[in-house]
Design a protein around this ligand. Structure first.
Ligand code: AKG
Length: 304
C-alpha cells in the first residue's frame, strides 16, 4: 500500500532580521544630587521621556547616581554582579529597557566588586538583559595646579577590557570620559566593526572648553563612525563642576546635536549608511600604510 503522502511543511524561513540603519538616539544630560534614590527616579523619568520622543537608544551620563567625588564613590557603589537586589540603579535600567523596548547605555555608576571599586557602564537590551559591562580603562588622574587636581586612582581600579557590544541598534564601542583621550581604543573599536562609540563623560571647566568637542570630533573623523557623549548637567555648587555639552558627532566630523550645560534631553537621528558614504568618499582604511605602521589588538593576539 502506498504510504500516505506526508503533509508538506514548508521549511522554517530563517531570514535574518535586517540590521537597523536608521534610528533615534536620546542623550540625557541630567542633574545629579546627593540623593541616590532621587537620582534613580530622575534618570528613569528622563529615559521615559527620551523613549516617548522616539529614541531606540538612550545614553546616560558618567556617574549619574552619585556625586562625582572620591569620598562618594565607596558610599554610592553597587555590587552589580550580585544581582538587582544589590544594585537598585541597574535594576531600574533593566526594568525600563524591557518595558520601553529600547537599548540603554547606562552612563556609569561606581561599582563595588570584592574590595575594589570601578567606574562602570552597563548596557541593557530591550529584553532587559545586561549585554555588556565596561569598566573605565583609563583612570582620570590630572594635576593642573590652581585649576584642577583629581585622582580617580585614589579610590578606583582601572578596567582591563575594551568593550564592543552588538545591540539592536548596531555594534557599539564603550568608553568612559577620560577613555576618549586614547585614540588607540577608538581605533580598536573601529577595527572591530563598531558603528558608534558612546562615551558617558563628565569633563570639567578647565579641559572641557578646549578639549571636549575636539576629542569627540577627532575620534569620529579619524575612525569615520558616530560618536555620542553624555555628561551630567552643570552644578556650579558641586565639588566637581561638569562642563556639560553632551553631543552627537557624525562620521564626517559634523555635530548633529549638542547642548549647553543645563539639563537637556537631546534627540537626534543616526543613519549608519553615512558611515559607508564617508568611507567611500575618503577610503582611509584602504589608504592606511599597514606596511609602515599597525595597531596590534593585544587581546586577539592573546587568544590566538
Ligand atoms: O580628560 C579630561 O580632561 C576629563 C576627564 C574626566 O573628567 C573623567 O575621566 O572623569
Amino acid at each position: 500500500m502506498a504510504s500516505p503522502e506526508k503533509a508538506r511543511v514548508p521549511p522554517a524561513v530563517q531570514t535574518p532580521i535586517p540590521p537597523i540603519t536608521k534610528f533615534k538616539i536620546g542623550l540625557c544630560q541630567l542633574k545629579v544630587s546627593a540623593d541616590k534614590e532621587k537620582n534613580i527616579l530622575h534618570a528613569r523619568t528622563a529615559v521615559e521621556e527620551a523613549a516617548e520622543k522616539g529614541a531606540k537608544l538612550v545614553v546616560l551620563p558618567e556617574i549619574w547616581n552619585s556625586p562625582y567625588s572620591n569620598d562618594s564613590f565607596p558610599v554610592y557603589a553597587e555590587d552589580i554582579d550580585a544581582g538587582f537586589d544589590a544594585s537598585p540603579s541597574t535594576a531600574m535600567l533593566s526594568e525600563i529597557a524591557r518595558r520601553l523596548n529600547i537599548t540603554i547605555i547606562g552612563g556609569s555608576i561606581p561599582e563595588r566588586s570584592g574590595d575594589k571599586l570601578y567606574n562602570t557602564c552597563c548596557v541593557f537590551g530591550p529584553d532587559g538583559k545586561l549585554k555588556a559591562k565596561h569598566r573605565k580603562i583609563h583612570l582620570f588622574d590630572i594635576d593642573i595646579p590652581g585649576k584642577i587636581t583629581f585622582k580617580e586612582s585614589m579610590t578606583l581600579t582601572a578596567g582591563e577590557t575594551p568593550t564592543t557590544v552588538d545591540t539592536e541598534v548596531g555594534r557599539i564601542g564603550i568608553g568612559i570620559c577620560y577613555d576618549i583621550r586614547f585614540q588607540e581604543l577608538a581605533m580598536l573599536y573601529a577595527a572591530r566593526g563598531a558603528q558608534l562609540i558612546c562615551y558617558p563623560g563628565a569633563f570639567n571647566m578647565t579641559t572641557g572648553p578646549l578639549h571636549w568637542e575636539l576629542l569627540q570630533k577627532s575620534r569620529a573623523v579619524d575612525n569615520q563612525l558616530y560618536v555620542a557623549t553624555c555628561s551630567p548637567a552643570r552644578d556650579a555648587a558641586a565639588g566637581y563642576v561638569a562642563w556639560g555639552h553632551s553631543t552627537l558627532v557624525g562620521p564626517f566630523g559634523e555635530i548633529l546635536a549638542t547642548t549647553e550645560h543645563d539639563e537637556a534631553i537631546l534627540i537626534s537621528e543616526i543613519d549608519y549608511s553615512q558611515i559607508e558614504l564617508r568611507r567611500t568618499n575618503l577610503p582611509l582604511e584602504k589608504q592606511r600604510r599597514g606596511d609602515l605602521y599597525r595597531l596590534v589588538d593585544v587581546q586577539r593576539l592573546d587568544s590566538e
